[in-house]
Design a protein around this ligand. Structure first.
Ligand SMILES: NC(=O)c1ccc[n+]([C@@H]2O[C@H](COP(=O)([O-])OP(=O)(O)OC[C@H]3O[C@@H](n4cnc5c(N)ncnc54)[C@H](OP(=O)(O)O)[C@@H]3O)[C@@H](O)[C@H]2O)c1
Length: 338
């Protein structure tokens, strides 16, 4: 392909990261067997850290941003993919050490590419928009639930708390858990969003400012499981308030990276702390999770959580995430309709 296309590329200038729109040619992108004409990407917390330099997540400059993409195969030198296939890519090095999804054309190794998953029937398969309404966030929510289930979580075991509740991963997790029949408790800093969280299926809402976290190594046992977007003091409090054999899926650090707790929750209550790393998930499990996202974990109302922003509007979304003011998911429309 010899024509230039639009990309949002992140540069390092005077020790600081800054993103801007540029025109690129295909041979300026990192190598890979599959070229995808991007239809949609999305905005994750990591994308906001990368594009603004608020977190040192970019490992190679300059780099086209965007850790997610969905689109149609434009060319492939790998027999597993052919022109016209609908596909998605999330994680791996995309958008941090390999040119990512914020570009009209994306070139990646074939080993990173996931065919767009089918639902139980054609009518229920995921669309390219659905795939990015989910994106890394939906994948992380589903992987967390999957890991908790592997640790014997069932709705009968008790309440499941989700922190950073109005965020992308957590909004999706709440809807998925509620559909599976769990009693979901949503912990949020946004008092204006309680109705939104109830509409996603949360049975109870806890306001961040009202939670008394206490200081004892073990506090009243309340949760069968937890999905944590926040880290820091919130995660420490979760370890102290889990029920016997409760399990925590720790996937985020929106509130801090430190964890100060004691071993007592682990040795007296059998609490399990499960780390979630979506980016490096190996392909067999990755495909299994995407298949679940198209079937039993498919949120019934993605449009309630995700809204679409034009490619040109991308830079305005980053500060919302960094300031904790974002609600749900932003899908980035890369290919103009029509
Ligand atoms: N491990 C993985 O593979 C993986 C994958 C995806 C994301 N993540 C991480 O998961 C977290 C959430 O990602 P996301 O894309 O869903 O981001 P997001 O949409 O920005 O959601 C984060 C939410 O956390 C809450 N929050 C923000 N700042 C906070 C603070 N200082 N203290 C306490 N709560 C705060 C807010 O919810 P409320 O206002 O409702 O409390 C916010 O909406 C991020 O840390 C991200 O890096 C990890």
């Amino acid at each position: 392909m010899m024509i230039a296309f639009r990309a949002y590329r992140i540069f390092e200038q005077d020790g600081k990261s800054a993103g801007r729109f540029v025109d690129l040619m295909l041979d300026e992108l990192d190598p890979g067997e599959v070229v995808i004409q991007a239809h949609y990407s999305s905005v994750n917390y990591k994308d906001a850290l990368a594009a603004t330099g608020a977190g040192k997540v970019i490992r190679r400059f300059p780099c086209v941003g965007g850790i997610d993409v969905s689109g149609v195969v434009a060319s492939s030198s790998d027999a597993r993919f052919k022109v016209g296939d609908k596909v998605l890519v999330t994680g791996y090095d995309m958008g941090v050490a390999h040119d990512g999804g914020y570009a009209e054309y994306v070139r990646v190794p074939a080993d990173w590419v996931v065919p767009l998953p089918q639902g139980l029937s054609l009518a229920h398969g995921l669309s390219l928009w659905d795939a990015m309404a989910l994106g890394t966030a939906g994948f992380t929510a589903a992987l967390s639930i999957h890991r908790l289930e592997q640790n014997e979580l069932t709705p009968e075991k008790g309440k499941v708390i989700v922190t950073g509740a109005t965020g992308g991963v957590s909004s999706l997790a709440i809807q998925m858990l509620a559909q599976l029949g769990y009693h979901v408790v949503a912990l949020t800093g946004k008092d204006s969003e309680h109705d939104y969280l109830k509409s996603l299926g949360a049975s109870e809402i806890l306001s961040r400012k009202d939670v008394q976290m206490g200081t004892r190594p073990l506090e009243k046992a309340q949760w069968a499981a937890a999905l944590d977007a926040v880290g820091g003091e919130t995660l420490a409090w979760l370890t102290r308030t889990m029920q016997q054999n409760g399990a925590i899926a720790s996937f985020g650090n929106a509130g801090g990276i430190e964890l100060h707790t004691t071993v007592l929750p682990f040795i007296l209550r059998g609490v399990r702390l499960i780390g979630i790393d979506s980016a490096a998930t190996e392909m067999p499990l990755r495909r299994q999770i995407w298949q679940r996202l198209a079937t039993d974990l498919r949120p019934k109302s993605l449009a309630q959580i995700a809204h679409t922003v034009p490619f040109t509007g991308l830079p305005q979304v980053f500060p919302l995430l960094l300031q904790g003011r974002q609600r749900g998911r932003s899908v980035v429309e890369i290919k103009a309709p029509g």
